[in-house]
Write a protein that binds this ligand. Structure first.
Ligand SMILES: O=C(O)CCC(=O)C(=O)O
Ligand SMILES: [Fe+2]
Length: 304
């Protein structure tokens, strides 16, 4: 990609300019909880974004009985028909794109053609490489070298919002934070709808930005950074008629070990804010307490 696309006011992180971009990367995690990335082509070619979008479009056109084979592996990870979460939202999912078996099973469930399978597998590998690369860059921003992000489960979700004129103003996806550490969103390149909440509490639109990806920080990023990072609240609102699609990849949290800030991020000026916990316990707490916007973090705060 030669020129960075317009950023629509968000921080833009140029993946070719590291380590020079480390301070901007950390600042975006702390101040905005989200940023655009550009020039990631060597890991995830822009042409693959469009190929994947075409496959996703085809998957949504499958008969309902095939789509319903994509059952939950963890709560909420599988197919959601329109009306199940929201009237104008339909979604598929896959618990762990880091596992080739899990990707294979997803393709089998949906009777993917060899060509669709090839694209899904290439996208899964590339987006996983990209999200762990961003994780490592964040670690590097704090002088950390060996955070094992590759071993963390990585959820994947594709979303379709069939927006009609009548639905303008209503929610496609209610306000939430993502529960994991990092999310890469391949948002729709034409239709708007995604909004992120600034720290001031104001929602701002994330306008389409073809060829760029959006990265957002979730609840685990707050714990891992010992309170430095901002888990940005976001929502999808119908603003114009048309079919909006997005492809989201979520780097969740450690599979076996505890979620906790590395010792380098804890000192007398930054005492540990959260008691170490298992990611699975946090995910369940969020679900059972109907806490979708980061409130469940309070359950794990160190008592002062
Ligand atoms: O559709 C979008 O742009 C965002 C989707 C999202 O926030 C999610 O899947 O968690
Ligand atoms: Fe989200």
């Amino acid at each position: 990609m030669a020129d960075a696309p317009a950023s629509n006011g968000f921080p833009v992180i140029d993946m070719l300019h590291f380590p020079a971009q480390l301070p901007e990367l950390i600042k975006a995690c702390e101040e905005n909880g989200c940023f655009r990335i550009v020039n990631f082509d060597s890991i995830l070619p822009v042409s693959l974004l469009y190929q994947m979008k075409a496959v996703v479009t085809e998957l949504f056109e499958l008969p309902l009985e095939i789509k319903q084979r994509n059952v939950d592996v963890i709560v909420g990870s599988g197919y959601k028909k329109p009306g199940e979460i929201n009237a104008i939202h339909e979604g598929f999912g896959l618990y762990d794109i880091a596992s080739s078996r899990s990707v294979d099973e997803f393709c089998n469930q949906l009777d993917a053609t060899p060509q669709q399978r090839e694209t899904i597998e290439r996208y899964a590998k590339a987006v996983h490489d990209l999200i762990t690369d961003i994780g490592h860059k964040i670690g590097e921003g704090f002088g950390l070298e060996s955070v094992p992000f590759e071993a963390w489960p990585c959820q994947f979700r594709i979303n379709k919002y069939p927006f009609t004129h009548d639905a303008i103003g209503s929610a496609g996806l209610k306000m939430h934070t993502d529960n994991g550490f990092l999310t890469i969103v391949q948002d729709d390149e034409i239709l708007s709808g995604l909004e992120v909440m600034e720290k001031s509490g104001k929602f701002v639109a994330v306008d389409p930005c073809p060829g760029a990806l959006l990265v957002t920080l979730g609840d685990i990023a707050v714990v891992w950074s010992n309170g430095r990072f901002y888990n940005v609240k976001h929502r999808v609102v119908c603003k114009e008629a048309g079919i909006r699609m997005s492809i989201a990849t979520f780097l969740l949290g450690p599979r076996e070990t505890m979620v906790e800030a590395p010792p380098e991020l804890v000192d007398s000026e930054h005492p540990r804010l959260y008691v170490p916990f298992k990611f699975e316990d946090f995910r369940k707490a969020r679900f059972f307490k109907h806490s979708h916007a980061g409130e469940a973090l309070d359950l794990f705060r160190v008592e002062s």
